[in-house]
Write a protein that binds this ligand. Structure first.
Ligand code: NAP
Length: 307
């Protein structure tokens, strides 16, 4: 077995972070991408890229995966990138569930199977809830994103049937300097228009991108981790408090809340995911000895924003 990791969606925010850590640790990496040309501009030249998506034959994927140490699965159409309509919701679902089904199938067909399969999932698994502390044992929600996450995870667990240790990381809002939610959250603050979303009372689960990348590597290397793993920081914070800290760090007040109707107008159905929160607890990571470098959002934001 070679020290090689195959990774789908490796050109995205989380994938790039994971790849740089894998390289540092001496792994070689093969990424699966829908489009080789742009991917080669995003990732460095010593990374092998192969054109593959769920419409392509499984046999091709089996050949690529065979003999590698682990598979990481991050592919999926952006959740917050566009206003949802029926077709886009189908794409959100298919790009995750069908991709994962195919990867699990390819893994099961490998003569030399990987040791582990680590697949993304999302904190949306739990639906939106009030005050309950959500550990990996909490029940799933019943809204659209919860269904996507449930089916996404179920598809990943198909790989377990062929004896491959499988982990699904229920990822919270990822904080990063260049991409993702933080950039969008900060923009209005720059014009003194920053504030919490809706009532601001909703819990706001988050994780620093570096900690999340480390958590993926931890999942590959730690044989005791299996099944669901909450990918959120240990600090539990409400949206209002998070925005207050953000405002303080960038030297702008957090005084102008974004009303719910405005969010609904701008983002459509996705607004309810911003207005209602989830109180995630990374119980399994903490019990397994994972150390979060950024355990409070103050530390995380100061690091990301160079303050
Ligand atoms: N970032 C977050 O805050 C967050 C929170 C919770 C869950 N997650 C989940 O974690 C995973 C990775 O997140 P990320 O932030 O790194 O995402 P990202 O930056 O949007 O990257 C995802 C990658 O998936 C591939 N992709 C895009 N559209 C696709 C489609 N229609 N079909 C198949 N593949 C497609 C793309 O790779 P190619 O162009 O190379 O094919 C893209 O680089 C996603 O599944 C996401 O839902 C992220």
């Amino acid at each position: 077995m070679d020290k090689r990791i195959v990774i789908s969606g490796g050109t995205g925010l989380i994938g790039k972070k994971i790849i740089s850590r894998l390289k540092y640790k001496g792994y070689s990496v093969t990424i699966l991408t829908r489009n080789k040309r742009p991917a080669e501009k995003i990732i460095s030249q010593d990374i092998e890229s192969v054109e593959w998506d769920y419409s392509k034959p499984t046999e091709l994927l089996t050949e690529i995966i065979s003999g590698c140490e682990a598979v990481i699965n991050l592919a999926g159409a952006s959740i917050a990138g566009r206003r949802w309509n029926h077709e886009y919701k189908k794409l959100i679902y298919d790009s995750r569930v069908l991709t994962t089904q195919k990867i699990s199938e390819a893994i099961s067909l490998c003569k030399e199977k990987p040791l582990s399969f680590v697949s993304a999932s999302a904190s949306g698994y739990y639906g939106f809830d009030g005050e309950e502390q959500l550990t990996e044992d909490s029940t799933a929600g019943s809204d659209f994103l919860a269904k996507v996450c449930k089916d996404w995870e179920r598809a990943a667990y198909e790989a377990e049937r062929s004896g491959v240790r499988t982990v699904t990381v229920r990822i919270a809002v990822v904080l990063d300097k260049n991409e993702g939610a933080l950039k969008k959250l900060i923009a209005p603050f720059k014009f003194f228009l920053g504030g919490h979303l809706g009532s601001g009372k909703q819990w706001f689960p988050w994780i620093h991108a570096d900690d999340l990348a480390d958590l993926f590597l931890f999942s590959i290397e730690n044989k005791n981790i299996r099944r669901a793993l909450n990918g959120s920081a240990p600090e539990q914070i409400r949206n209002k408090e998070f925005c207050k800290i953000l405002g303080k760090i960038i030297g702008r007040p957090s005084i102008l809340p974004v009303p719910g109707f405005m969010l609904r107008l701008i983002t459509g159905e996705f607004a309810k995911y911003l207005l209602k929160g989830r109180r995630l607890v990374p119980e399994k990571a903490l019990n397994s000895g994972f150390i979060f470098k950024y355990d409070t959002c103050e530390k995380a934001l100061k690091n990301i924003l160079d303050k």
